[in-house]
Write a protein that binds this ligand. Structure first.
Ligand SMILES: Cc1ncc(C[n+]2csc(CCOP(=O)(O)OP(=O)(O)O)c2C)c(N)n1
Ligand SMILES: [Mg+2]
Length: 340
């Protein structure tokens, strides 16, 4: 995002303490807020009967935006999972494109309306197309890492999944393979406490996903995934090290899914209300805002300008996307068979 605002007084000291530029901090807020507002509008469209299915990243915006900002755009690869709207936005997806994807429109750049919503993919942005089968993207990431190593290409692959997905075989195979071959892959696990209705303690016998790294001899870190700045500062050095040939890294971002699993889920049947209320106090978007305002980094008026811009962008994108054409029925077999 490029700033068009007039400058107001800022606390230079605090900005330096964050080890981030003013622009990076502004971008963090913009992308987190854009992701949240898009998800809210998407759910409204779903409830109006206009969008079939929503699977959102609400509560995970800091974990996603902070990590994606550590990538080199257009150079590094992202093998995301369905909740990663925030990551896609950082790597260049527009609000209009996000809405085309939700509505399975002809011009959806992810799959031209062929995949379910939130099945990302964009070759120009180096975002790897994904399967509905959870965790398969980790194996794809290991393969891309191997190709990069063989070509001596200094790229890094960031691949994401939820903590529930770390109990599937693909997780273990991908980590083992990446560790043996010292591949430039960051395995980034967004631990949001649940795999649909199952709490973490019913998914694995350990408290921390990061502890699983030891079994493969790779380095690991845990970070507060509700804190965008901490996430960036944890992921960036791991990416830099992998780019220098230091091998894979497992990072666990502890966060929380503030919404039900999807638009088809009723979380009141399995999630205690008090737990949700506690985590809502740590909402990554509002806590970021409160922090940068109270520490004098941004005057509240500057953030209000971003908020107004985001509202307008999301409103316009939804209206525009609803009017875009659906895929033509005769194109249904496109991309299925090789054109001769
Ligand atoms: C192999 C496989 N099993 C089951 C499912 C159904 N499923 C979709 S999402 C999901 C939960 C995954 O939980 P987690 O990895 O923690 O990610 P979260 O949704 O919590 O972000 C499940 C079981 C699937 N898509 N693929
Ligand atoms: Mg989960």
């Amino acid at each position: 995002m490029t700033s068009t605002r007039t400058r107001r007084t800022r606390s230079q000291k605090t900005i330096e303490e964050y080890l981030l530029s003013e622009q990076q901090l502004e971008d963090m807020y913009y992308y987190m807020l854009l992701s949240r507002r898009l998800n809210e509008r998407m759910l409204a469209l779903n409830r109006q009967g206009r969008a079939p299915f929503v699977i959102a990243g609400a509560g995970q915006e800091a974990a996603q935006v902070g990590a994606a900002m550590a990538l080199q755009k257009g150079t590094d690869y992202l093998a995301p999972y369905y909740r990663d709207l925030g990551m896609n936005l950082v790597l260049g997806m527009t609000a209009r494109e996000a809405m085309l994807n939700l509505l399975a429109k002809r011009d959806d750049p992810n799959s031209f309306g062929r995949q379910m919503p939130s099945h990302w993919g964009n070759s120009a942005r180096r975002i790897v197309t994904q399967s509905s089968v959870v965790t398969t993207q980790l194996v794809h990431a290991a393969g891309i890492g191997l190709a990069a190593k063989m070509r001596k290409d200094p790229i890094v692959v960031l691949t994401c999944c939820g903590e529930g997905s770390t109990s599937r075989g693909d997780f273990h195979e991908a980590l083992n393979f990446a560790a043996i071959h010292k591949l430039p892959v960051i395995f980034y696990v967004q631990n949001n406490g649940y795999a649909i209705t199952s709490r973490t303690d019913k998914e694995m016998p350990l408290e921390n996903v990061a502890d699983r790294a030891r079994g493969y001899g790779i380095q690991s870190a845990m970070v507060d995934g509700m804190d965008c700045i901490a996430v960036y500062q944890t992921v960036k050095p791991a990416i830099d090290q992998a780019r220098r040939g230091g091998g894979p890294y497992l990072i666990e971002a502890k966060c929380y899914r503030l919404w039900p699993h999807s638009s088809d889920d009723d979380d009141t049947r399995y999630r205690p209300k008090a737990e949700l209320e506690e985590w809502t106090k740590k909402d990554p978007v509002t806590t970021f805002r409160d922090r940068v305002v109270s520490e004098g980094v941004f005057p509240a008026e500057d953030l209000q300008e971003i908020e107004k811009r985001v509202e307008e962008e999301v409103r316009e994108a939804a209206q525009w996307a609803l009017m875009q054409p659906d895929p033509a029925p005769e194109d249904a077999l496109g991309f299925v068979y090789k054109e001769l």
